[in-house]
Each structure stands twice: as C-alpha cells, then as structure tokens.
Design a protein around this ligand. Structure first.
Ligand SMILES: [Zn+2]
Length: 250
C-alpha cells in the first residue's frame, strides 16, 4: 500500500497550524511525510528584507519538518503572488509526480487569504493532472488520483464570516506537544505576534482553535478536514482506514 503523504500549503507555518497533529499520527502509522510550501513566506515580517526573512523562514520550516522526520521543500513562489496559471500548475504537478503521494492535504477552498484559496485550487488540479500523460512534464504521470483533504480555514470561517464545518475530525489530543513544538519552530512569526499582541497569541490561538474542534467531538484537541469527493477522486475515507477511532466522521 502506498503510504506517502504530501501536505502542501501556501506559507511556512500553515501546515503546523492546520494539520501537524494529523501528520504526526500518520507518521506513527508508518506513513512517509512530505511537507511543501508554495512560498518562503517572504512578506511575513516588518523587520527583515525579503531575502533575509526567506532564509530565516526556510530554516524554521525545515526544523519543524524534522520533528516528525518529514522532508521539506519550497516551490519558490512569492506571498500574495500565487497564481492559477500554467507555470504554477506545472511546477506543483512536477513535485507531486516526484513524490507520488497517496494522500494530499492542502488549504481550505474558502479562507481568509487569497493565497490559501489559490493554493487549494491549484492542488485540486494538480492532483487530477498527476495522471494526465499529455501534460508535457519531465516527471512521469502516475495513477490513481491521490486522496485529497482540505484543512479548516483559519479560525474555521470563510471571508464572509460563515462557519465552515469539517466533515471529519482527527483526534490529535496526544499529538498536541509535537504540534506545539513544530509551530514554535516558526520563531519569526511567533515573535512578530508577540510584539503586536504583547502575548503569545501564536501558540494560544492554535490551541484555542484545536480545543474548539476537540470539544465538537468530545475530546481535548482535534483537527478538522473536508475530503474532495468530486468525480474522479477516491471516494472512500483512507484517513479513517489508517487512523481508525481517532477519526470521527460527521
Ligand atoms: Zn498562510
């Protein structure tokens, strides 16, 4: 059974906020974990240059991935310039064909930031395009289409404030220490918020939201997802198969 997992999100720290607990659980079940970001998070600062922050955040993302023995790669796009176009789709599809994941996690199709929404759309297409022989890419096509799961949007709401409810929850109560550690690797972001909020809002907000999702299924902490169930995508729930009772389907 193919147990390769790719979590591909827009910015460094998106993975940690949205699905690090689930990735840690999958790792324990023998999955091979790959983390990728579309950008280096080059605008996520008010004290460093683009070049400086890119170096800092690449290191932070690598350190975080190491904690669950995951690989890390960046597709080298820029914050707020993630476009749904030929170049982007080809680059993402090449990465997917290189890894050949069985399971893909990405951002919510509705979210607070267009970067996230674009990434979500691009990943939807790239999952499908993995098997298209006429794509004229270097890496060979493969089948079947990976299982695709969308994470929660930030704070669980879309840009109009509407709550987005997950269709499945993963109980990550036991994984909270590693999720917190992974997020803490993103020191530049943590310090940025610390400066603005005068409190450790970065970690607190993550715990608050994981706690809210946890309460919804009667446990301490959870992460929420929705599975892409459009035509051509796998219809069964492989997460439930691998993680068993830790997955609650709604
Ligand atoms: Zn982000």
């Amino acid at each position: 059974m193919n147990k390769k997992v790719l979590a591909i999100f827009s910015h460094p720290d998106d993975v940690e906020l949205m699905c690090a607990g689930t990735l840690s659980l999958l790792k324990k079940q023998g999955c091979e974990i790959h983390i990728a970001t579309m950008t280096m998070g080059d605008k996520g600062t008010d004290e460093y240059s683009r070049k400086e922050i890119s170096v800092i955040r690449r290191e932070e993302a690598k350190n975080s991935a190491k904690l669950i023995n995951a690989s890390y790669s960046c597709l080298e796009f820029e914050d707020v310039y993630i476009f749904y176009n030929r170049e982007t789709i080809n680059k993402v599809t090449e990465l997917m064909r290189e890894i050949q994941p069985a399971i893909v996690f990405t951002a919510s199709p509705e979210d607070y930031m267009v970067d996230h929404e674009m990434t979500s759309r691009i990943i939807q297409t790239s999952c499908f395009a993995c098997g298209m022989k006429n794509m004229e890419l270097n890496n060979k096509s493969f089948e079947p289409v990976p299982y695709l799961y969308y994470s929660d949007p930030l704070e669980g709401k879309d840009k109009l404030g509407k709550q987005i409810l997950p269709s499945l929850y993963v109980n990550i109560s036991e994984e909270m220490p590693v999720k917190e550690k992974m997020l803490s690797c993103h020191k530049s972001q943590r310090n940025w918020l610390l400066k603005h909020h005068k409190m450790d809002e970065y970690i607190l907000a993550m715990k608050r939201f994981s706690g809210k999702r946890g309460r919804e299924i009667g446990t301490k902490y959870a992460e929420g997802f929705r599975q892409h169930l459009g035509h051509g995508y796998p219809q069964d729930n492989i997460l439930k198969k691998i993680l068993g009772n830790l997955v609650v389907v709604r």
